[in-house]
Design a protein around this ligand. Sequence first.
Ligand code: ATP
Ligand code: MG
Length: 584
Amino acid sequence: MRLSRFYVPTLKEDPAEAEVVSHRLLVRAGMIRKLTSGIYTFLPLGLRTLNKVAAIVRREMDRAGAQEIFMPSVQPADLWRETGRWDIYGKELLRFKDRHGRDYCLGPTHEEVVTDLVRGEVRSYRQLPVNLYQIQTKFRDEIRPRFGLMRGREFVMKDGYSFDRDEAGAEKSYRDMFEAYVRAFSRIGLGFRAVEADSGPIGGSFSHEFMVLAETGEDTIAVCENGSCGYAANLEKAEVVLPGETPGAPMVPEQAPKPEIVDTPGRHSVDEVCGFLGLDPRDLVKTLIFEADGLPVAALVRGDRELNEVKLRNLLGATDLALADEALVRSLTNAPVGFAGPVGLSGARIVADSELLLSGPVVCGANRADAHLKNVLLGRDAEIERFADLRTVTPQDPCPRCGRGLSFTRGIEVGHVFKLGRKYSEAMNASFLDEDGRERPMVMGCYGIGVSRIVAAAIEQNNDEHGPLFPPSIAAFEVALIGLAGKDRAVADKAEELYRVLSEAGVEVLFDDRDERPGVKFNDADLMGLPMQLILGAKGLAKGLVEAKDRRSGERVDLSLDDFVADFAAWRARVWESWGLESG
Ligand code: ATP
Ligand code: MG
């Protein structure tokens, strides 16, 4: 491609609304343009990278035995009513009506549509397993679309679905997809890690997320420091294992003093209460009031801990979970927010973090304005329905597998594999006849990859002050050929020749044939993030050399023009290798 003809509107300035580097650089490099909030057009440069990511994903899906289909993005509400998701999916589901008044939505995911497809065709165990996938535009009316392609409303996803006869088959499908994901992300060339993920109320480790490791990631990952253990989990999911043996009930020392009211005027927060009473936050109990599917729940954690809402939701088996509003807190506790406690609290289920089983006397809210209770023993003074792991793990906690230390890193979720079981097949009656002629529901799995998010994640992981650093596997072009001809015909001719030779060899080259100053050309090449630059000037030509620059390392070498094809091939292989990739 000649840059003089290429539609690549680069910008000198950062777009005002871009908060993260990938968003900034994607817009500046002329890869994407915003249409409206969370909705972007891919320009030629950006689309080339998107298509390369999709091609790698497609190839690994095919190799693993999945078959590509293409489902509609408009979906009838009736299918969603069958699974009950029409009512519970919430506002992310964009709903609308056709001219006959029938309800539809824009697909945020395709479990219903694919299950409907398969139930219509598959009758016998002989037709299973089936594994179908597509690469398609999804729509989710995200509450906070932001960070450009990282969290859009319209985005490109690879979504796949497996159907098996039994658990063992479903587990094999899951493992095959897991391995295909490892291969796909390795070939894309980004540093990533598969981590255990929350799998909802089903529990178990039937869900893994694939995280591109980057400081700017929205997710935190807890990783075991012991390399041979290998435990890694999303913070939402990472389990807390208490040291030693946990008692089955809270310890209640004999003759311990009774609860006593202490005044805490205007002190609501943990810091304020502890500062005022001269208390260690470990000796305070935080009582958080939630509304879970319309019913009030009080959740207790130690004052220095963070309650994990995902764990709480799973414990309660709730679909909808949110902190209660002030009115509910007042009606339940007879006090403003900040003074709730478990003692004498009626009208709400009370659950507590397991760590509180180890606590002695604690301080908690008194369900009265400006007051707390001290000397509270949870086993004696409050009715706790259940103690369970409800808090978020910290770097001071031990690895739940091997007991060694944990460390935290950040990641961007680019893929998710999930064992669904029979949830959708039962709801939608997707069944088959087994060997004995018995009708049984299929066992499903679903597998997503954020294809457009990967384009952004690649930049979040690899960039410098001049622009993105794309791995050669997904860069829009492998090579930026920069001719510094000026008025020099010989240089211009030689640059044309190199462009022809490379193109004929099947190398993707973006040839800067513009009549621009060298500085402008260098800046644009850097901004487009192409991994290899070839720079041809008069001095080099006189010596029979062209300069080759590795964009990421900055390392420059001279390639011989006489032996250009071989010299270039060897250098190109080295650049790919430096990314841990095999050149194609
Ligand atoms: P997140 O937790 O980031 O909201 P999710 O868990 O809702 O994502 P999945 O339903 O697992 O997402 O979708 C599969 C993949 O699609 C995700 O792993 C992610 O890479 C991508 N994805 C999800 N939502 C978005 C979005 N709003 N913009 C871009 N990519 C997305
Ligand atoms: Mg997910």
